[in-house]
Design a protein around this ligand. Structure first.
Ligand code: ZN
Length: 413
């Protein structure tokens, strides 16, 4: 019998996407780091280097028959500064609430402040025992609103300050003639770029800032999933409106924005729904209770023999009643190939995380992805009672979805 040396699918791609990991990764992969500001990594998306300059240049060229590249670049720079002010607003306020800001990614239509919410234990709100559950919830929605409006507020402030400076330094500059953003009048463009950005992001179209405020308000009276769903449907109504109006005018820029908004709100909804399911399911509901274990004194050939007779890809290694490590089928095969027969003890992975059986699936996910693990032993009173693996997570989630569907059908008929 020939055993295939295949890489187990450690974290299925679509799950990474849903929990936001993949999306964050894609955004990062398509952007370049240009330094740090207030201790936060600043990254610029490729559209800023390529698409926006091209768009500004084309607009300039189409309306004048010739283009002034220096002024075009200056307008790109103004957009850059306005988006930066916006994201810094979000980032700095988030940090005041104890949320770590991983990085700020700048996109032409507004950026993304990547907040690290994967560490709920370090959340000062959750840790404060004086706060009752209700109070925590209350503070959470207020916090979300403050973080959301900090971006548009930063733009309003920038507009106000630059307006004031222009009025003092160059009072002859005309600030009120349309088109407001134009390479012919860069000071006016700076003021209006910020006003536009503030106004646009304040639209109650989730996942834009105005929509986030709306969602936070909804969470006062309903659970997060319901609140997100409601905010998303309002956001999608706006997106549809943008697409239609954009096509009627025609203004394809607006249509494009509408399309992006539609897709973004849908992804956001899925991710929130998925997260909440993960929070509700406990490990004891889905863990494997019938599983094989190895002993550190087993030889690799013994271990391989056991692996052949089991569907498991990963095995807990047990000495007496203590868990001392984990080892994967792949590791056993690799070690046998490279070094010949030896003991499990020498090859096993001694670094692993355990979970309590009452822990939520969400926390198991965090542990699996944070350290790129493939198995989590589940314990009760320090006794091994089950294991959770990627493979088993996927299967049991599919099964649970199926049984929910059947229950629903049974209720309806
Ligand atoms: Zn924003």
């Amino acid at each position: 019998m020939k055993l295939q040396l295949s890489t187990p699918d450690r974290s299925p791609k679509y799950i990474e996407w849903f929990v936001g990991k993949k999306r964050g990764f894609l955004m990062r992969a398509w952007s370049i780091s240009i330094g740090r500001i207030f201790g936060v990594e600043l990254r610029v998306h490729w559209t800023f280097y390529f698409l926006l300059p091209l768009f500004v240049w084309y607009t300039d060229y189409a309306s004048h028959g010739t283009a002034n590249e220096e002024r075009d670049l200056a307008l790109v720079g103004i957009t850059f500064a306005s988006v930066l002010a916006h994201e810094l607003g979000h980032g700095l306020v988030a940090r005041r609430f104890g949320i770590r800001v991983k990085s700020i990614i700048l996109l032409p239509l507004g950026g993304i402040a990547q907040l690290d919410d994967s560490l709920p234990a370090s959340d000062p709100l959750a840790g404060d025992e004086l706060l009752s559950r209700k109070a925590t919830k209350l503070v959470a929605w207020k916090r979300d609103i403050r973080i959301a409006i900090a971006g548009p507020l930063a733009n309003l402030l920038t507009a106000l300050v630059s307006c004031g400076v222009i009025l003092v330094v160059a009072p002859h500059v005309d600030l009120r003639t349309w088109p407001f953003m134009q390479i012919g009048n860069l000071p006016r463009s700076l003021v209006w770029a910020n006003l536009y950005l503030a106004g646009f992001t304040l639209l109650p179209a989730y996942p834009m800032d105005g929509g986030r405020v709306l969602r936070a308000l909804f969470t006062r009276r309903m659970d997060p999933v319901q609140a997100t769903r409601r905010a998303v449907s309002i956001g999608q109504a706006f997106a549809t409106l943008f697409i239609l109006v954009g096509m009627l005018l025609p203004n394809y820029w607006l249509t494009l924005v509408g399309l992006f908004l539609f897709i973004a709100s849908q992804m956001e909804e899925r991710s929130v729904v998925f997260q909440s399911v993960l929070e509700k399911v406990h490990l004891e509901d889905i863990m494997l209770t019938d599983f094989a274990t190895l002993s550190p004194a087993d030889t690799l050939e013994d271990a391989l023999e056991k692996a052949v007779h089991s569907l498991q890809d990963d095995f807990p290694v047990i000495r007496g009643s203590d868990m001392v490590g984990v080892i994967s089928r792949q590791k056993i095969l690799e070690a046998l190939r490279l070094e010949g027969n030896g003991y499990v003890q020498a090859v096993m992975n001694r670094i692993f995380e355990v979970a309590q059986k009452g822990e939520s699936l969400a926390s198991a996910f965090r542990k699996l992805t944070a350290r790129n693990l493939s198995i989590i032993p589940v314990v009760e009173d320090q006794r091994l009672v089950g294991i959770v693996t990627w493979q088993n997570l996927l299967h049991s989630m599919a099964l649970r979805a199926e049984s929910r569907k059947r229950r629903k059908q049974a209720l309806n008929s």
